[in-house]
Design a protein. Sequence first.
Length: 255
Amino acid sequence: MDGPIFSACALLTALTSALCLYTTLQRRHKPEYRLARRARAIASLSAFTGSLLAIPTVAEAVDQVAKCNELATLASDLAAVVFGAGLQVMVVDWRHPRERVNASVTKRVAATCAVIVLLLWEFHRIDTAHVDLSTVYARDHQVTVYLLTYLAFSAAAALEVSTISALLARRTRLRGHASALGLSICAAGGAFGLAYAMSRSSYLIAVHAGHAWPLSVENAISPALAGLAIGCVTIGLSLATVRADASRRRVGSRG
């Protein structure tokens, strides 16, 4: 199931990354929300990279070329961390006043760097020659610790993105802005991301508690939730951008 889901995500994020980079270049001289535009571009490219490396055939090819088992999975997970961090920076820039943005962004960047270093250290300690970084090896303590570290950050990022996007969607809807629908879809994507992190974490904990549900169920639910999260966030942000641009052009033509 991973192959079709993440192949679709890779195609979608490739298209939205191109749109995002075009928008960023078009507005590069405009000071408002410059940080948010750059963060969104980084997030889009990271989503594409992570989705591409999550495709089983691509991951296998990368591991064979690098002669390192699970290297592609590690790179995909790190790309997902950068994706979440980029979205956090973006919504922080949208929501907070200028004087508070730098401090808020610094905290999130520092937390992201700490998580990346921790994941690299945990990966180094895992015997990847005999185990994979997946729930198949959930009984391996070091694999569980690695996955829970990754999922904890994913849950925190998804919760913040979903909450702030929902608040902004409500605010823009009340003001009649065209971007409200896109922000609502983005909020739903964050909720799916949180559900993905909670579902996968719950399975890991259930395995060690001796009450896990069938692995086949987990392998069906988690990829679907991850795909919905990536799809809704990327589509929602693209829709919000396109509709906001169209609204500005209509206002400009009337002026």
